[in-house]
Design a protein around this ligand. Sequence first.
Ligand code: COA
Length: 390
Amino acid sequence: MASNGIKDRVAIVGMGCTQFGEHWDKGPDDLLIDAAYQAYESAGIDRKDVDAYWLGTMGQLSGLTLSIPLKIPYKPVTHVENFCATGSEALRQACYAVASGAYDIAMAIGVEKLKDSGFSGLVVSDPPNDGTLGNMTAPASFSLLAPAYFKKYGLDPDKGKDVLSRIAWKNHRNGAKNPKAQFRKEVPLEQIKASPKVADPLGIMDCSGVSDGSAAAIVVRAEDAHKFTRDPIFIKALSFVAGPGEGPLAQDYDFTTFREVVASAQDAYHQAGVTDPRTQISMAEVHDCFTPTELVLYEDLGFSARGTAWKDVLDGFFDLEGSLPVNPDGGLKSFGHPIGASGLRMMYEMWLQLRGEAGPRQIKDPTLGLTHNLGGMPGRCVSFVSIVGR
Ligand code: COA
């Protein structure tokens, strides 16, 4: 894939992230203001200093959604949407705008207000299609990964369920250490395994929650970064791909991989010069919308060889204390998934970890962090991978 990348040309110099959860008393305006002002403060700038804004949200329309609450009239504000990877798309656009020299300071910000908007997480969406696409809920679509993976790699369903439960257990354990998470309690493995079924074999505890939230990042050219903060983090790679969308109908698609993730990961590794992700990536935030998604992502991102991720899960390889911690902030499992905000929420954890500010979740001396954000469903999706470092 032809992709030159912008390695070390752009830095993140300020970030903000709201508490994620059920904000019955707040609208998108309040959430955007909260995240944006945290980001201004961390970069030591005023809202008027930002030259251009990229807003990621699925539930709202146009740049006015941001310009009105932030009181930033006559600034360029671009609204972007790319399924569940919307927040990452906003970041990508802001970074490229700064790298091009068009602007000195840009903000990427994402928001979603799901809890009292009638969106339950189980609604049947109406994605672009040619009329041949069967409509399924998100848990139903992603549930197809589990039996496919178990069968291909010889796991009996009970053992497979243990592996999925272990992933949810890890993410809730990490989320319990995070004051910004929606769910902040450890959940015993047996309770996870026995949780009521949503789409067999997935129980409630295999699903991410439904929440409200917002997160924001301020980006500048790398050479300017230290004017804003002592500890900027630098963009090593940004890759975004949209797949052909033929998966569910393609005879050779077996639901044990996201080809879009493989393509975006390989592109990102090429941009960043990463040759062995299992040893070179210090930590990752991945799109754990459902537990089998995270299982398959370990292999698609090259963290585990094909057919072995389940063993790495049981061995604790991806635990906070493991060799490659995944979802140290608790992931979608603990944060819920306010669509436009999630990609930037993942980056917020990289920001804290790389600066040594992650408190009880702090990973020792991380050098490279990866975020992965997926939009769509197995065989029919878009995928984003970023790599950032000090
Ligand atoms: N994980 C852990 N706990 C959850 C949870 C989840 N996914 N969803 C709800 N809970 C908890 C709530 O905190 C609440 O606990 P409490 O009684 O102690 O307060 C309890 O379960 C009931 O919550 P409620 O909001 O009534 O749950 P629900 O039945 O409406 O929703 C799901 C449960 C699984 C249907 C919902 O979380 C869901 O739709 N998740 C998938 C979201 C999705 O598809 N996103 C798109 C990804 S691509």
